[in-house]
Design a protein around this ligand. Structure first.
Ligand code: PSU
Ligand code: MN
Length: 311
């Protein structure tokens, strides 16, 4: 990690130590804790993801904003506070300065977690699904996509949800110069489902192969993210038919109740979960933990490579 970081950054003791020993670090986002999952699953999931990262040889750095400070690595107490507070804000890149100036607390999205990870020189980040282009609202494009275009971090995710316009999301990733690499798959996963009918730019079968693409990209001077897409574990994946009607209903409700902007993603996530009787929640939790494991393995593989580029 660099020492370029200005005042509002707070590193946990574990992260400072991991950094001293040159141990692999995996960044984790926190909007999934504050806005993506219901209580008490949110805290349990956050703790489980951190433990899985540790069990696989890396140190977890959950990133969040607490009382106007950017935290890299949270204590259990801080995680629990974040998961249980009522007044947390969903903090994407445009919200960051507002949150810092106002002393606010909240969860960082994929976009703002990427920004912080890149500044802290953390090279691997695990999440569930990235934001994308919304259906029927072609100008509602998540800042996740543009930030992926300018953050040299390897992001492990299960693709993006079918609540989004997935073909348009793939196109914007291409515009942003972000390679989409399938992990043991030839298809872009749609979060709850293992297939989407969309392809990937390349397939890898091991963490080392994924690392090689990332290192070659960054050493060539490319400063975008590498998106490593992992299908949800077979036993927890849902069928596209099961998902389709829930998604259609949730989208109609969002339209008829004039939900828009930053509220859209949390609204759709919650309704799809309710409409599938919690099945989508089970799948969501399983894939988040699976992604944490793979990110730790990738991060450990990256640690073995001496030169990781100019950043
Ligand atoms: N997709 C999910 N769960 C989530 C999110 C997306 O399946 O919790 C969160 C992530 O933090 C992502 C954010 O970065 O929503 C995207 O929100 P928006 O579309 O408003 O950019
Ligand atoms: Mn949006």
């Amino acid at each position: 990690m660099t020492s370029r970081l200005p005042h509002p950054y707070v590193f946990s003791k574990q992260i400072v130590q991991a950094n001293q020993f040159g141990a692999p670090i995996v960044a984790l986002e926190s909007t999934v804790i504050t806005h993506g999952l219901p209580r008490p699953d949110n805290l349990q999931l956050a703790v489980d993801m951190e433990n899985i990262v540790r069990e696989h040889g890396a140190t977890p750095a959950t990133i969040a904003i607490l009382d106007g400070e950017i935290h890299i690595g949270l204590s259990e107490e801080e995680l629990s506070t974040l998961a249980n507070r009522e007044d947390t804000r969903k903090i994407s890149v445009r919200d960051l300065g507002i949150a810092l100036a106002g002393g606010l607390s909240g969860g960082t999205t994929v976009a703002s977690t990427l920004l912080v990870s890149a500044l802290a020189n953390i090279k691997v980040f695990a999440t569930g699904g990235i934001g994308g282009v919304h259906q029927g609202a072609p100008f509602d494009i998540s800042a996740d996509l543009t930030q992926l275009g300018k953050s040299p971090v390897l992001v492990v995710c299960a693709g993006a949800k079918a609540i989004l316009d997935l073909p348009a999301t793939r196109e914007v990733l291409e515009t942003q110069g972000v390679p989409v690499i399938g992990y043991q798959t030839d298809e872009f996963p749609a979060f709850y489902t293992r297939s989407s009918g969309l392809g990937v730019d390349a397939r890898v079968d091991t963490p080392e192969e994924a690392v090689k693409i990332a290192i070659e990209s960054w050493e060539a001077g490319i400063s975008s993210a590498i998106l490593l897409v992992v299908p949800p574990p077979e036993e927890s994946a849902l069928s596209p038919d099961e998902m389709e009607s829930a998604i259609r209903t949730a989208l109609q409700e969002a339209e008829s109740t004039a939900i828009h902007g930053a509220e859209t993603t949390p609204f759709l996530l919650k309704r799809v979960s309710e409409l599938t009787g919690g099945e989508s929640l089970r799948s969501n939790l399983a894939l988040l933990k699976n992604n944490a494991r793979i990110a730790a393995q990738v991060s450990a593989a990256m640690g073995g490579i001496e030169k990781i580029g100019p950043f």
